[in-house]
Design a protein around this ligand. Structure first.
Ligand code: FAD
Length: 434
Protein backbone atom coordinates (compact mmCIF):
# COMPACT_ATOMS: atom_id res chain seq x y z
CA UNK A 1 0.00 0.00 0.00
CA UNK A 2 0.91 3.66 -0.38
CA UNK A 3 2.70 5.26 2.51
CA UNK A 4 0.89 8.57 2.54
CA UNK A 5 -2.83 9.32 2.35
CA UNK A 6 -5.11 12.32 2.65
CA UNK A 7 -6.85 10.54 5.53
CA UNK A 8 -6.57 7.37 7.59
CA UNK A 9 -9.79 6.09 9.17
CA UNK A 10 -9.39 3.77 12.17
CA UNK A 11 -12.36 1.38 12.35
CA UNK A 12 -14.94 0.14 9.86
CA UNK A 13 -18.12 0.52 11.89
CA UNK A 14 -20.93 2.95 11.13
CA UNK A 15 -18.94 6.11 11.79
CA UNK A 16 -15.72 4.97 10.09
CA UNK A 17 -17.58 3.79 6.99
CA UNK A 18 -19.53 7.05 6.78
CA UNK A 19 -16.32 9.11 7.05
CA UNK A 20 -14.35 6.96 4.59
CA UNK A 21 -17.21 6.90 2.06
CA UNK A 22 -17.73 10.68 2.26
CA UNK A 23 -14.06 11.51 1.76
CA UNK A 24 -13.18 8.87 -0.86
CA UNK A 25 -16.28 9.63 -2.96
CA UNK A 26 -15.01 13.24 -3.21
CA UNK A 27 -11.62 12.10 -4.48
CA UNK A 28 -9.54 12.06 -1.29
CA UNK A 29 -7.07 9.21 -0.89
CA UNK A 30 -8.34 7.23 2.09
CA UNK A 31 -6.94 4.25 3.99
CA UNK A 32 -9.34 2.52 6.35
CA UNK A 33 -7.98 0.05 8.91
CA UNK A 34 -10.15 -2.47 10.74
CA UNK A 35 -8.93 -4.94 13.33
CA UNK A 36 -11.78 -7.43 12.72
CA UNK A 37 -11.59 -10.31 10.26
CA UNK A 38 -14.21 -8.41 8.20
CA UNK A 39 -16.16 -5.17 8.81
CA UNK A 40 -18.94 -5.93 11.28
CA UNK A 41 -17.27 -8.99 12.78
CA UNK A 42 -16.59 -7.07 16.01
CA UNK A 43 -19.69 -4.91 16.09
CA UNK A 44 -22.87 -5.24 18.13
CA UNK A 45 -26.10 -3.32 17.70
CA UNK A 46 -29.80 -4.09 18.52
CA UNK A 47 -30.26 -3.13 15.76
CA UNK A 48 -32.46 -0.33 14.50
CA UNK A 49 -30.97 1.62 11.60
CA UNK A 50 -32.30 5.09 10.85
CA UNK A 51 -32.73 5.54 7.11
CA UNK A 52 -32.52 9.33 6.89
CA UNK A 53 -28.91 9.46 8.09
CA UNK A 54 -27.78 6.75 5.67
CA UNK A 55 -29.75 8.35 2.83
CA UNK A 56 -27.65 11.49 3.25
CA UNK A 57 -24.57 9.40 2.52
CA UNK A 58 -25.87 6.76 0.06
CA UNK A 59 -29.24 7.99 -1.28
CA UNK A 60 -30.13 4.75 -3.10
CA UNK A 61 -29.06 2.40 -0.28
CA UNK A 62 -32.41 0.58 -0.41
CA UNK A 63 -31.45 -0.96 -3.78
CA UNK A 64 -28.98 -3.43 -2.32
CA UNK A 65 -28.41 -2.91 1.44
CA UNK A 66 -29.15 -5.98 3.60
CA UNK A 67 -32.23 -4.70 5.45
CA UNK A 68 -34.34 -6.95 7.65
CA UNK A 69 -37.77 -5.41 8.45
CA UNK A 70 -39.10 -1.85 8.30
CA UNK A 71 -40.67 -0.82 11.59
CA UNK A 72 -44.38 -0.16 11.81
CA UNK A 73 -44.82 -0.68 15.53
CA UNK A 74 -42.99 0.27 18.72
CA UNK A 75 -43.97 -0.92 22.19
CA UNK A 76 -42.67 0.67 25.41
CA UNK A 77 -43.06 -1.59 28.41
CA UNK A 78 -42.61 -0.87 32.10
CA UNK A 79 -42.14 -4.28 33.68
CA UNK A 80 -42.37 -5.79 37.10
CA UNK A 81 -41.66 -9.46 37.73
CA UNK A 82 -45.01 -10.77 36.45
CA UNK A 83 -46.52 -8.00 34.33
CA UNK A 84 -45.87 -5.17 31.94
CA UNK A 85 -47.67 -1.85 31.65
CA UNK A 86 -47.37 -0.76 28.06
CA UNK A 87 -47.68 2.00 25.58
CA UNK A 88 -47.71 1.10 21.94
CA UNK A 89 -47.67 2.98 18.68
CA UNK A 90 -48.41 1.38 15.34
CA UNK A 91 -49.14 3.19 12.12
CA UNK A 92 -49.76 2.17 8.55
CA UNK A 93 -48.07 5.47 7.63
CA UNK A 94 -44.78 3.65 8.29
CA UNK A 95 -45.59 1.39 5.32
CA UNK A 96 -44.25 4.14 3.07
CA UNK A 97 -42.25 3.89 -0.16
CA UNK A 98 -39.07 4.85 1.69
CA UNK A 99 -39.48 3.56 5.25
CA UNK A 100 -37.88 5.52 8.07
CA UNK A 101 -36.44 2.78 10.30
CA UNK A 102 -35.25 -0.75 9.61
CA UNK A 103 -33.90 -3.60 11.65
CA UNK A 104 -30.50 -4.76 10.42
CA UNK A 105 -27.88 -7.36 11.32
CA UNK A 106 -24.58 -5.52 11.69
CA UNK A 107 -22.33 -8.36 10.50
CA UNK A 108 -24.11 -8.26 7.12
CA UNK A 109 -24.79 -4.54 7.01
CA UNK A 110 -21.22 -3.46 7.78
CA UNK A 111 -19.88 -5.78 5.05
CA UNK A 112 -22.26 -4.12 2.56
CA UNK A 113 -21.31 -0.61 3.75
CA UNK A 114 -17.63 -1.50 3.45
CA UNK A 115 -18.16 -2.76 -0.12
CA UNK A 116 -19.63 0.66 -0.92
CA UNK A 117 -16.58 2.32 0.66
CA UNK A 118 -14.23 0.22 -1.50
CA UNK A 119 -16.23 1.11 -4.63
CA UNK A 120 -15.41 4.79 -4.00
CA UNK A 121 -11.71 3.93 -4.31
CA UNK A 122 -10.75 3.84 -0.64
CA UNK A 123 -8.23 1.21 0.47
CA UNK A 124 -9.73 -0.97 3.22
CA UNK A 125 -7.51 -3.32 5.20
CA UNK A 126 -9.07 -5.76 7.68
CA UNK A 127 -7.27 -7.84 10.31
CA UNK A 128 -5.13 -4.76 10.91
CA UNK A 129 -5.04 -3.23 14.36
CA UNK A 130 -3.80 0.32 14.70
CA UNK A 131 -1.44 0.12 17.64
CA UNK A 132 -0.26 3.70 17.92
CA UNK A 133 -0.70 7.21 16.57
CA UNK A 134 2.45 8.72 15.08
CA UNK A 135 3.17 12.34 15.98
CA UNK A 136 5.46 15.00 14.59
CA UNK A 137 7.96 16.86 16.77
CA UNK A 138 5.28 19.51 17.38
CA UNK A 139 2.80 16.86 18.56
CA UNK A 140 0.58 16.83 15.47
CA UNK A 141 -0.83 13.40 14.59
CA UNK A 142 0.74 12.54 11.24
CA UNK A 143 -0.03 8.84 10.86
CA UNK A 144 -0.41 5.46 12.49
CA UNK A 145 1.52 2.30 13.30
CA UNK A 146 -0.22 -1.04 12.93
CA UNK A 147 0.39 -4.62 14.00
CA UNK A 148 1.41 -5.48 10.44
CA UNK A 149 5.02 -5.60 9.35
CA UNK A 150 6.36 -2.37 7.92
CA UNK A 151 6.84 1.14 9.13
CA UNK A 152 4.36 3.88 9.92
CA UNK A 153 1.71 5.00 7.43
CA UNK A 154 1.26 8.72 7.09
CA UNK A 155 -1.78 10.92 6.47
CA UNK A 156 -2.79 14.57 6.74
CA UNK A 157 -5.49 13.62 9.20
CA UNK A 158 -6.51 10.53 11.22
CA UNK A 159 -10.20 9.88 11.86
CA UNK A 160 -10.66 7.98 15.14
CA UNK A 161 -13.72 5.78 14.54
CA UNK A 162 -12.51 3.05 16.86
CA UNK A 163 -15.68 2.65 18.93
CA UNK A 164 -16.63 3.15 22.54
CA UNK A 165 -13.42 1.98 24.24
CA UNK A 166 -11.34 4.49 22.33
CA UNK A 167 -8.14 2.82 23.48
CA UNK A 168 -6.02 4.41 20.78
CA UNK A 169 -7.12 7.96 21.59
CA UNK A 170 -6.79 7.27 25.33
CA UNK A 171 -3.31 5.79 25.00
CA UNK A 172 -2.26 8.82 22.96
CA UNK A 173 -3.52 11.12 25.73
CA UNK A 174 -6.15 12.72 23.47
CA UNK A 175 -9.00 11.74 25.79
CA UNK A 176 -9.73 9.93 29.06
CA UNK A 177 -11.25 6.45 29.36
CA UNK A 178 -15.06 6.70 29.68
CA UNK A 179 -16.17 6.55 33.34
CA UNK A 180 -18.05 3.40 34.53
CA UNK A 181 -21.19 5.51 35.12
CA UNK A 182 -21.00 6.77 31.52
CA UNK A 183 -21.05 3.39 29.78
CA UNK A 184 -23.53 0.53 29.78
CA UNK A 185 -22.61 -3.11 29.29
CA UNK A 186 -25.17 -4.79 27.04
CA UNK A 187 -25.63 -8.45 26.20
CA UNK A 188 -27.59 -9.65 23.22
CA UNK A 189 -28.85 -12.93 21.75
CA UNK A 190 -30.24 -13.83 18.32
CA UNK A 191 -33.20 -16.23 18.43
CA UNK A 192 -34.08 -17.87 15.13
CA UNK A 193 -37.69 -18.63 14.14
CA UNK A 194 -39.44 -19.08 10.77
CA UNK A 195 -40.59 -15.73 9.33
CA UNK A 196 -44.27 -16.73 9.35
CA UNK A 197 -44.05 -17.48 13.11
CA UNK A 198 -42.56 -14.03 13.78
CA UNK A 199 -45.24 -12.37 11.63
CA UNK A 200 -48.03 -14.24 13.40
CA UNK A 201 -46.73 -13.55 16.92
CA UNK A 202 -46.30 -9.83 16.33
CA UNK A 203 -49.21 -9.27 13.93
CA UNK A 204 -46.94 -8.37 11.01
CA UNK A 205 -47.28 -8.73 7.25
CA UNK A 206 -44.44 -9.14 4.76
CA UNK A 207 -41.41 -7.08 5.76
CA UNK A 208 -43.17 -5.16 8.55
CA UNK A 209 -41.33 -5.14 11.87
CA UNK A 210 -42.01 -4.46 15.53
CA UNK A 211 -39.74 -3.48 18.42
CA UNK A 212 -40.20 -3.62 22.18
CA UNK A 213 -38.20 -1.38 24.55
CA UNK A 214 -38.56 -2.38 28.19
CA UNK A 215 -37.49 -1.08 31.57
CA UNK A 216 -38.34 -1.98 35.15
CA UNK A 217 -37.56 -4.58 37.76
CA UNK A 218 -35.83 -6.69 35.10
CA UNK A 219 -32.72 -4.54 35.69
CA UNK A 220 -32.88 -5.21 39.47
CA UNK A 221 -32.91 -1.49 40.35
CA UNK A 222 -29.89 -0.75 38.16
CA UNK A 223 -30.15 1.89 35.43
CA UNK A 224 -30.84 -0.23 32.38
CA UNK A 225 -33.05 -1.12 29.45
CA UNK A 226 -34.00 -4.28 27.61
CA UNK A 227 -35.02 -4.64 23.99
CA UNK A 228 -36.55 -7.07 21.53
CA UNK A 229 -36.34 -6.39 17.79
CA UNK A 230 -37.85 -8.48 14.98
CA UNK A 231 -35.64 -9.40 12.02
CA UNK A 232 -36.77 -11.43 9.00
CA UNK A 233 -36.10 -14.84 10.47
CA UNK A 234 -34.78 -14.01 13.89
CA UNK A 235 -35.47 -11.97 16.99
CA UNK A 236 -32.67 -9.93 18.59
CA UNK A 237 -33.08 -9.39 22.28
CA UNK A 238 -30.87 -8.09 25.01
CA UNK A 239 -30.41 -5.98 28.09
CA UNK A 240 -27.84 -3.43 29.22
CA UNK A 241 -27.09 -1.61 32.49
CA UNK A 242 -24.49 0.91 33.58
CA UNK A 243 -21.08 -0.62 34.26
CA UNK A 244 -20.89 1.26 37.58
CA UNK A 245 -24.18 -0.39 38.66
CA UNK A 246 -22.94 -3.86 37.69
CA UNK A 247 -19.79 -3.22 39.71
CA UNK A 248 -21.77 -2.08 42.74
CA UNK A 249 -24.46 -4.79 42.72
CA UNK A 250 -22.24 -7.63 41.46
CA UNK A 251 -25.17 -8.71 39.28
CA UNK A 252 -24.33 -10.69 36.16
CA UNK A 253 -25.57 -9.52 32.73
CA UNK A 254 -26.26 -13.13 31.67
CA UNK A 255 -28.53 -13.67 34.68
CA UNK A 256 -30.48 -10.51 33.79
CA UNK A 257 -30.83 -11.64 30.18
CA UNK A 258 -32.10 -15.04 31.31
CA UNK A 259 -34.66 -13.37 33.57
CA UNK A 260 -35.80 -11.12 30.69
CA UNK A 261 -36.18 -14.11 28.35
CA UNK A 262 -38.16 -15.99 30.96
CA UNK A 263 -40.44 -13.09 31.84
CA UNK A 264 -44.06 -14.16 31.20
CA UNK A 265 -44.51 -11.29 28.72
CA UNK A 266 -41.41 -12.24 26.68
CA UNK A 267 -41.27 -16.06 26.92
CA UNK A 268 -44.18 -16.76 24.51
CA UNK A 269 -42.70 -14.41 21.90
CA UNK A 270 -39.48 -16.41 21.58
CA UNK A 271 -40.86 -19.89 22.41
CA UNK A 272 -39.37 -22.66 20.25
CA UNK A 273 -36.57 -20.45 18.91
CA UNK A 274 -33.02 -21.57 18.32
CA UNK A 275 -30.29 -19.36 19.81
CA UNK A 276 -27.39 -19.04 17.40
CA UNK A 277 -25.47 -15.95 18.49
CA UNK A 278 -24.48 -14.35 21.73
CA UNK A 279 -22.58 -11.07 22.09
CA UNK A 280 -21.64 -8.39 24.60
CA UNK A 281 -20.60 -4.79 24.01
CA UNK A 282 -20.35 -1.42 25.71
CA UNK A 283 -22.65 1.53 24.89
CA UNK A 284 -21.61 5.14 25.65
CA UNK A 285 -24.44 6.57 27.79
CA UNK A 286 -22.91 9.61 29.48
CA UNK A 287 -24.59 11.99 27.03
CA UNK A 288 -23.53 15.56 26.35
CA UNK A 289 -21.40 15.98 29.46
CA UNK A 290 -19.32 12.90 28.62
CA UNK A 291 -18.33 14.06 25.12
CA UNK A 292 -14.51 14.23 25.05
CA UNK A 293 -12.32 16.53 22.98
CA UNK A 294 -13.47 15.93 19.39
CA UNK A 295 -10.53 17.26 17.37
CA UNK A 296 -6.91 18.29 17.63
CA UNK A 297 -3.82 18.71 15.50
CA UNK A 298 -4.15 16.06 12.79
CA UNK A 299 -7.10 14.12 14.25
CA UNK A 300 -10.86 14.03 14.78
CA UNK A 301 -13.02 11.56 16.78
CA UNK A 302 -16.40 10.34 15.54
CA UNK A 303 -19.24 7.99 16.59
CA UNK A 304 -18.93 5.94 19.75
CA UNK A 305 -15.25 6.93 20.03
CA UNK A 306 -16.59 10.45 20.62
CA UNK A 307 -19.29 9.06 23.00
CA UNK A 308 -21.99 10.34 20.62
CA UNK A 309 -24.93 8.22 21.68
CA UNK A 310 -28.48 9.19 22.63
CA UNK A 311 -29.38 6.61 25.29
CA UNK A 312 -32.80 8.13 25.94
CA UNK A 313 -33.93 7.42 22.37
CA UNK A 314 -31.66 4.40 21.95
CA UNK A 315 -29.98 6.01 18.95
CA UNK A 316 -26.29 5.47 18.30
CA UNK A 317 -25.66 4.30 14.75
CA UNK A 318 -27.33 7.40 13.28
CA UNK A 319 -25.19 9.71 15.42
CA UNK A 320 -22.19 7.63 14.33
CA UNK A 321 -23.04 7.90 10.62
CA UNK A 322 -23.79 11.61 10.87
CA UNK A 323 -20.66 12.50 12.82
CA UNK A 324 -18.58 10.41 10.38
CA UNK A 325 -20.16 12.16 7.39
CA UNK A 326 -19.73 15.62 8.93
CA UNK A 327 -16.09 14.93 9.84
CA UNK A 328 -15.52 13.84 6.23
CA UNK A 329 -17.20 16.96 4.88
CA UNK A 330 -15.17 19.22 7.18
CA UNK A 331 -11.93 17.55 6.07
CA UNK A 332 -12.91 17.93 2.39
CA UNK A 333 -13.64 21.62 2.97
CA UNK A 334 -10.32 22.25 4.73
CA UNK A 335 -8.44 20.40 2.01
CA UNK A 336 -10.32 22.39 -0.66
CA UNK A 337 -9.04 25.58 0.96
CA UNK A 338 -5.50 24.17 0.93
CA UNK A 339 -5.26 24.64 4.67
CA UNK A 340 -3.32 22.32 7.00
CA UNK A 341 -5.20 19.77 9.17
CA UNK A 342 -4.40 21.52 12.40
CA UNK A 343 -6.56 22.05 15.46
CA UNK A 344 -7.67 25.56 14.48
CA UNK A 345 -8.97 24.38 11.11
CA UNK A 346 -10.41 21.07 12.28
CA UNK A 347 -12.57 23.03 14.73
CA UNK A 348 -14.84 23.30 11.67
CA UNK A 349 -15.92 19.70 12.38
CA UNK A 350 -17.16 20.68 15.87
CA UNK A 351 -18.87 23.80 14.52
CA UNK A 352 -20.73 21.72 11.93
CA UNK A 353 -21.56 18.99 14.46
CA UNK A 354 -22.93 21.55 16.94
CA UNK A 355 -25.43 22.68 14.32
CA UNK A 356 -26.64 19.12 13.66
CA UNK A 357 -29.26 17.07 15.51
CA UNK A 358 -26.39 15.08 17.07
CA UNK A 359 -25.25 17.74 19.53
CA UNK A 360 -28.65 19.45 19.78
CA UNK A 361 -30.29 16.19 20.95
CA UNK A 362 -27.51 15.33 23.40
CA UNK A 363 -27.61 18.89 24.77
CA UNK A 364 -31.39 18.62 25.30
CA UNK A 365 -30.94 15.57 27.54
CA UNK A 366 -27.69 16.73 29.18
CA UNK A 367 -29.02 16.25 32.74
CA UNK A 368 -30.77 12.92 32.16
CA UNK A 369 -27.78 10.57 32.62
CA UNK A 370 -27.00 11.95 36.11
CA UNK A 371 -30.68 11.93 37.13
CA UNK A 372 -31.13 8.33 36.03
CA UNK A 373 -27.85 7.20 37.54
CA UNK A 374 -28.57 8.69 40.97
CA UNK A 375 -32.25 7.62 41.07
CA UNK A 376 -32.10 4.20 39.51
CA UNK A 377 -33.84 2.44 42.42
CA UNK A 378 -36.88 4.73 42.11
CA UNK A 379 -37.09 4.69 38.32
CA UNK A 380 -36.30 1.03 37.73
CA UNK A 381 -37.79 -0.66 40.81
CA UNK A 382 -40.19 1.44 42.90
CA UNK A 383 -42.19 3.13 40.13
CA UNK A 384 -42.54 0.04 37.90
CA UNK A 385 -43.90 -1.90 40.89
CA UNK A 386 -46.30 0.93 41.79
CA UNK A 387 -47.48 1.25 38.17
CA UNK A 388 -48.20 -2.46 37.97
CA UNK A 389 -50.11 -2.43 41.27
CA UNK A 390 -52.11 0.62 40.17
CA UNK A 391 -53.00 -0.95 36.81
CA UNK A 392 -54.00 -4.22 38.42
CA UNK A 393 -56.04 -2.45 41.09
CA UNK A 394 -57.82 -0.51 38.34
CA UNK A 395 -58.65 -3.59 36.29
CA UNK A 396 -59.46 -6.18 38.95
CA UNK A 397 -63.21 -6.23 39.68
CA UNK A 398 -63.67 -7.55 43.20
CA UNK A 399 -66.53 -5.60 44.73
CA UNK A 400 -64.24 -2.94 46.25
CA UNK A 401 -65.81 0.50 45.61
CA UNK A 402 -63.81 2.45 43.01
CA UNK A 403 -63.25 5.35 45.40
CA UNK A 404 -61.49 3.00 47.85
CA UNK A 405 -59.37 1.55 45.03
CA UNK A 406 -58.23 5.03 44.01
CA UNK A 407 -57.42 5.92 47.64
CA UNK A 408 -55.40 2.70 47.99
CA UNK A 409 -53.37 3.50 44.84
CA UNK A 410 -52.68 7.07 45.97
CA UNK A 411 -51.70 5.83 49.44
CA UNK A 412 -49.30 3.28 47.93
CA UNK A 413 -47.49 5.99 45.93
CA UNK A 414 -47.25 8.30 48.97
CA UNK A 415 -46.05 5.47 51.22
CA UNK A 416 -43.34 4.53 48.74
CA UNK A 417 -42.09 8.03 47.86
CA UNK A 418 -43.84 10.60 50.18
CA UNK A 419 -45.73 13.58 48.76
CA UNK A 420 -42.59 15.67 48.58
CA UNK A 421 -40.64 12.82 46.94
CA UNK A 422 -43.31 12.40 44.24
CA UNK A 423 -43.40 16.12 43.46
CA UNK A 424 -39.63 16.35 43.40
CA UNK A 425 -39.33 13.30 41.08
CA UNK A 426 -41.82 14.81 38.61
CA UNK A 427 -40.15 18.23 38.69
CA UNK A 428 -36.61 16.85 38.31
CA UNK A 429 -37.69 14.59 35.46
CA UNK A 430 -39.50 17.43 33.70
CA UNK A 431 -36.47 19.73 34.07
CA UNK A 432 -34.05 17.12 32.78
CA UNK A 433 -36.35 16.27 29.85
CA UNK A 434 -37.05 19.78 28.61
P1 FAD B 1 -18.33 0.60 16.18
O1 FAD B 1 -19.50 0.14 15.41
O2 FAD B 1 -18.08 0.00 17.52
O3 FAD B 1 -17.05 0.38 15.25
C1 FAD B 1 -15.74 0.58 15.71
C2 FAD B 1 -14.83 -0.25 14.83
O4 FAD B 1 -13.47 0.08 15.10
C3 FAD B 1 -14.98 -1.75 15.08
O5 FAD B 1 -15.20 -2.40 13.86
C4 FAD B 1 -13.64 -2.14 15.71
O6 FAD B 1 -13.27 -3.47 15.40
C5 FAD B 1 -12.70 -1.12 15.09
N1 FAD B 1 -11.48 -0.84 15.88
C6 FAD B 1 -11.41 -0.53 17.21
N2 FAD B 1 -10.13 -0.30 17.58
C7 FAD B 1 -9.37 -0.47 16.45
C8 FAD B 1 -7.99 -0.38 16.19
N3 FAD B 1 -7.11 -0.03 17.15
N4 FAD B 1 -7.55 -0.66 14.93
C9 FAD B 1 -8.43 -0.98 13.94
N5 FAD B 1 -9.77 -1.09 14.14
C10 FAD B 1 -10.23 -0.83 15.38
N6 FAD B 1 -27.62 2.12 17.86
C11 FAD B 1 -28.71 2.36 17.09
O7 FAD B 1 -28.72 3.34 16.33
N7 FAD B 1 -29.80 1.54 17.12
C12 FAD B 1 -29.84 0.44 17.92
O8 FAD B 1 -30.81 -0.31 17.89
C13 FAD B 1 -28.74 0.18 18.75
N8 FAD B 1 -28.74 -0.90 19.55
C14 FAD B 1 -27.61 -1.23 20.23
C15 FAD B 1 -27.61 -2.40 20.97
C16 FAD B 1 -26.47 -2.83 21.61
C17 FAD B 1 -26.48 -4.11 22.41
C18 FAD B 1 -25.28 -2.05 21.51
C19 FAD B 1 -24.02 -2.50 22.18
C20 FAD B 1 -25.28 -0.84 20.81
C21 FAD B 1 -26.45 -0.43 20.16
N9 FAD B 1 -26.48 0.74 19.40
C22 FAD B 1 -27.61 1.05 18.68
C23 FAD B 1 -25.33 1.65 19.32
C24 FAD B 1 -24.54 1.43 18.04
O9 FAD B 1 -24.20 0.07 17.91
C25 FAD B 1 -23.27 2.27 18.07
O10 FAD B 1 -23.59 3.60 18.37
C26 FAD B 1 -22.53 2.22 16.71
O11 FAD B 1 -22.15 0.91 16.40
C27 FAD B 1 -21.29 3.13 16.76
O12 FAD B 1 -20.59 2.99 15.55
P2 FAD B 1 -19.03 3.29 15.50
O13 FAD B 1 -18.62 3.11 14.08
O14 FAD B 1 -18.75 4.59 16.13
O15 FAD B 1 -18.38 2.18 16.42
Amino acid sequence: IEEEFDAIVVGAGMSGNAAAYTMASQGLTVLQLERGEYPGSKNVQGAIMYADMLEQIIPDFRDDAPLERHLVEQRFWVMDDTSHTGMQYRSDDFNEAKPNRYTIIRAQFDKWFSRKVRQTGATVLCETTVTELVRSASGKVIGVRTDRAGGPIYADVVVLAEGVNGLLGTRAGLRKMPKPESVALAVKEMHFLPDEVIEQRFGLQGDEGCVIEAAGTISRSMAGLAFLYTNKESISLGIGCLVSDFAQTMESPYVLLDAFKNHPSIRPLIAGSEVKEYSAHLIPEGGYKAIPQLFGDGWVAVGDAAQLNNAIHREGSNLAMTSGRIAGEAIIEIKGRNQPMIRRNLALYKTMLDKSFVVKDLMKYKDMPALIHTNSRNFFMTYPQLMSQAAQNFMRVDGTPKIEKEKATTAAFIKARSRWGLISDVVRLALAWR
